[in-house]
Design a protein around this ligand. Structure first.
Ligand code: FES
Length: 219
């Protein structure tokens, strides 16, 4: 697994409360803020005196109130809230299926209250989400600094050429999936490759066909 920068998401569960719109308590003895009320009245009077069509409202007293996270409701929530909840829904689907089948993406989009295109936009933005079924064997090639200086790029190109796929893709026979990662935690064995959890260290491009053949035999 690698680490990626995640774009800032819209803040969810935050609501602005305009104190100017809150009903003023009517009970006797309730105190108000005379200074603020007087200033607002003065502004209104001043605007009227200047011939303005409408008076400027007093500056709102904004307060941020945290709300509990919940799923978006179609037709009610904002697109931003839907985009946040779609990530959680898609994660659940991928845990169950290993990738995101289209019918499930459509269902999640409906639950999140966003369009299918928006759901696919989120799914394709994050490398974590797989839109195609994973291959029988998953090859992860490290592209971290230690591996890079030891020739990881040439190794990756050799695997790409042997399999005819790019990182993030699966071979047409469904046998291999190819991924790149930032560091496998085996820097002392760089360049490193992991296939189905099995670690190969100090791998050279010449060894690639032999390693792949080993997994082809395990079909
Ligand atoms: S950089 Fe490749 S294993 Fe750490």
């Amino acid at each position: 697994m690698g680490f990626e920068s995640v774009p800032s998401l819209p803040l969810e569960g935050l609501e602005t409360v305009d104190a100017a719109r809150r009903p003023v308590p009517a009970s006797p003895g309730t105190t108000t803020t005379p200074g603020a009320a007087d200033r607002a009245a003065l502004r209104t009077d001043s605007a009227r005196a200047n011939g303005a069509a409408t008076a400027s409202p007093a500056p709102p007293d904004l307060k941020v109130v945290p709300l509990p996270v919940r799923r978006a409701e179609p037709g009610r929530d904002t697109p931003a809230a839907g985009r946040s909840s779609i990530i959680v829904l898609l994660q659940q689907v991928q845990e169950q299926h290993g990738y995101l089948p289209r019918p499930e993406v459509v269902r999640c989009a409906g639950e999140a209250g966003i369009s299918v295109a928006q759901a696919y936009g989120v799914a394709s933005f994050y490398n974590f989400f797989k839109l195609t079924p994973p291959g029988q064997h998953t090859i992860r090639i490290c592209q971290g600094t230690a591996c890079h200086v030891q020739g990881a790029q040439g190794l990756l190109e050799r695997v790409q050429s042997e399999l005819g796929i790019q990182p993030g893709e699966t071979t047409p026979d469904g046998l291999f999936s190819l991924e790149t990662v930032a560091c496998l935690g085996a820097c002392s064995m760089s360049p490193a490759v992991v296939i189905d959890g099995e670690v190969f260290g100090r791998v050279t491009s010449r060894q690639v066909p032999r390693i792949l053949a080993r997994y082809r035999r395990r079909k």
